[in-house]
Design a protein around this ligand. Structure first.
Ligand code: AMP
Length: 423
């Protein structure tokens, strides 16, 4: 056997219902908030992330699947979606076609991280981005949307954390304050942090090394260094969150591991996920569009980890198998059973049928193991009367239905069941 690559996962048939369910809710909600879908390539130029995500981030320093392609070009599997979304927005001048540009995308991302529960090397994200609006009401609306997503998926215990990381006007003051507070303790930090102190002190807050934490906890807070505009923006955002009735906690350590953020940053944390508890993370990134060669347009967005959302979703005991398993008794029934299965499938009813001429008992066992909701029995008696026996596998109830009516009857039953399954 050639095993799969560490940190990648097969999403198996038993899990796929949860994925489809989550994706359907996600796409619906994006539609309700006025987002349009975009799909960008999984492979991009390496410099897009060096420039976009930031040279000093862990993502660019350590985690990219970057390589030289056969034509000698430096390319990478995308580690995150925002730079690609910005690239597409600029490359296709999307602002000329759409009045307000609200885009969403769903797809795989790749980061060479240490795999553990909720952290993979290939994982999936919903990414949403809005271009061209600086109003703090939008920050609050986007955060409200993130909380709506988790609640619509039935995830109950979550916490919203927000912060403001300032802007290019006030951040240099904050960086200076960080350095002067560190003073000669810089050399006590890990080597990554020593480099960060030189190149981009804000990134020190991303450090996970335990022995660094007491020093990091003693550092100044970005909220004390905001300029008047950033302060007003943050206050307007949080007061709108209060108006929406959303609870939040302000965390000065929430600088998020990406360089492009300014002003608002936020995360939705899941209470029951252990170490990898960030379900959704995002923030404002005014300035990034310009940095990537576009016009001077504001931007804000978030990314939600689909694997983590699915892990946090309540489990659903719904039978995962086919709607119907058709059982044939006796050789004469094989052909009619297969015709019945075909007619059911054409009628939109998911149907399985047995092969190899097994006994009634063996076929019933298979139907049960497959998780079928109904078993339709086709035997000599049923054929003679133009009927089919229908057994409900959950209740055990059994009845006979005319062969000519059975497809429509099952369609109705399955339609009703699917309506009541939709929470
Ligand atoms: P980020 O792009 O780092 O801001 O992450 C946004 C969200 O993507 C996180 O809150 C997680 O839900 C998810 N995520 C990030 N990295 C991983 C990973 N390696 N494996 C699984 N999910 C991830």
């Amino acid at each position: 056997m050639i095993p799969s690559i560490r940190g990648t996962r097969d999403i198996l048939p038993d899990e796929i219902d949860r994925w489809r369910y989550a994706e359907r809710i996600i796409v619906d909600i994006c539609g309700h908030y006025g987002f349009r879908e975009i799909r960008t390539p999984v492979i991009e130029r390496e410099e897009l992330f060096a420039k976009g995500t930031g040279e000093e981030t862990d993502i660019v320093q350590k985690e990219m699947y970057a390589f030289e392609d056969k034509g000698g070009e430096r390319v990478t599997l995308r580690p995150e979606a925002t730079p690609s979304m910005v690239r597409a927005y600029v490359e296709h001048a999307l602002e000329q076609h759409l009045p307000t540009v609200k885009l969403f995308s769903l797809g795989p991302m790749f980061r060479y991280e240490r795999p553990q529960k909720g952290r993979y090397r290939q994982f999936h994200q919903l990414d949403v981005e809005i271009f061209g609006i600086v109003d703090p009401l939008l920050d609050a609306e986007l955060i409200e949307m993130a909380t709506r997503l988790v609640s619509a998926l039935g995830i109950e215990s979550t916490e919203l954390v927000v912060n403001s990381v300032g802007c290019p006007t006030c951040r240099p003051n904050f960086s200076r304050a960080l350095l002067s507070s560190l003073g000669d303790r810089t050399h006590e930090l890990c080597t990554d942090c020593q480099r960060r102190a030189l190149k981009n002190p804000l990134r020190i807050f991303d450090c996970k090394v335990p022995s660094d934490q007491s020093i990091i906890d003693s550092l100044p807070h970005s909220s004390d260094y905001l300029c008047a505009d950033c302060r007003t923006h943050f206050e307007a955002t949080t007061s709108q969150l209060t108006a929406f009735g959303i609870d939040y906690r302000v965390s000065h350590r929430l600088v998020r591991g990406l360089d492009y953020y300014n002003r608002t940053t936020f995360e939705v944390l899941g209470d029951e996920l252990g170490a990898q508890n960030a379900l959704i993370g995002g923030g404002r990134y005014d300035g990034l569009v310009r940095r990537l060669g576009g016009p001077d347009r504001a931007g804000i967005g978030f990314a939600a980890g689909i694997e983590r959302l699915i892990l946090a979703m309540p489990s659903n005991s719904k039978r995962a198998g086919p709607d119907v398993f058709v059982v044939a008794i006796g050789t004469d029934a094989f052909e009619p059973a297969h015709l019945l299965a075909r007619d059911l499938r054409h009628g939109g009813v998911t149907s399985c049928v047995d092969y190899d001429g097994r006994s009634l008992r063996a076929q019933m066992k298979r139907a049960d193991r497959a998780g079928a909701r109904y078993v339709l029995i086709v035997g000599g008696d049923e054929l003679a009367r133009g009927e089919v026996t229908v057994k409900n596998m959950e209740s055990g109830d059994q009845s006979t239905v005319l062969r000519s009516d059975v497809v429509n009857r099952l369609r109705e039953v399955m339609l009703k069941a699917s309506l009541s399954d939709t929470r």
